[in-house]
Write a protein that binds this ligand. Structure first.
Ligand code: 4FD
Length: 222
């Protein structure tokens, strides 16, 4: 999968995406992420990207001309690559549709995502009305300073569904946890030590009776 991120703060993505599973996914070329600094599309000497709202009101908005230039530039870039795929453009905002696991799994099947990280009070409505955005997503009912953290959450959630990204065991566990079982296949887990400050691991799990263990786990499903 290819993901292009349009953001005013590309440096924010260093860390979450350069460690652990997401790092390995990129090293193995299962996931390719590129960052585009929105400011490079800004206007004038100061590369202005925002402006005050018509009709007055508090705060600033991201300008439609700047945002559209960024989206179109990113789209044009990939046309030169092997990709025949059309990008799916996502804008993060608190007004978007709430992100759920089913949507994550659908997005994981896309070849190419473009993620637009909003700031200030959001973007000029014409970016939406002009169909430059395919969908507006929210990661939850709260307001953040920008769309960068939502973008990272989405990248992480999607990446673990790209074939080969998770190890064999994690993938199998993932399958058991998935849609068919109503996503309810979680039971309590324990590891060493057998006893910690008076808290014991249930005897059944130490018994070696795999049939009984499975029965117990089924009874514990939550
Ligand atoms: N809940 C989310 C997304 C973005 C964001 C912004 C309008 C503010 C929370 C548009 C207002 C974008 C979320 C940036 N906060 N902040 O997914």
């Amino acid at each position: 999968m290819r993901i292009d991120v349009i953001t005013l703060f590309p440096a924010m993505f260093q860390g979450p995406l350069t460690e652990s599973i997401l790092k390995r996914a990129q090293d193995e070329e299962r996931l390719e992420i590129a960052f585009h600094d929105l400011r490079q599309f800004g206007l004038g000497k100061y590369h202005q990207v925002d402006d005050s709202p018509y009709g007055g009101g508090a705060g600033m908005l991201m300008r439609v001309d700047v945002v559209v230039k960024a989206i179109e530039s990113v789209k044009a870039e990939k046309v030169g690559r092997a990709g025949k795929a059309k990008p799916h453009v996502i804008y993060f905002s608190p007004h978007g549709k709430k992100l759920k696991q089913a949507k994550v799994e659908k997005l994981a099947k896309k070849e190419w995502l473009i993620l637009l990280c909003g700031h200030y009070e959001g973007i000029d409505q014409r970016v939406i009305d002009g169909s430059w955005i395919d969908e507006e997503i929210s990661i939850g009912d709260y307001v953040l300073t920008g769309g960068e953290l939502p973008a990272m959450v989405l990248i992480d959630a999607v990446a673990r569904h790209i074939p080969g990204v998770l190890g064999k065991e994690a993938s199998a566990h993932e399958e058991s946890f998935s849609a068919s079982l109503g996503r309810k296949k979680e039971y309590p887990h324990y590891t060493r030590p057998e006893e910690f400050r008076g808290l014991k691991v249930p005897d059944i799990l130490l018994s070696g009776h795999h049939g009984e263990i499975e029965k117990w786990r089924k009874g514990q499903l939550r």
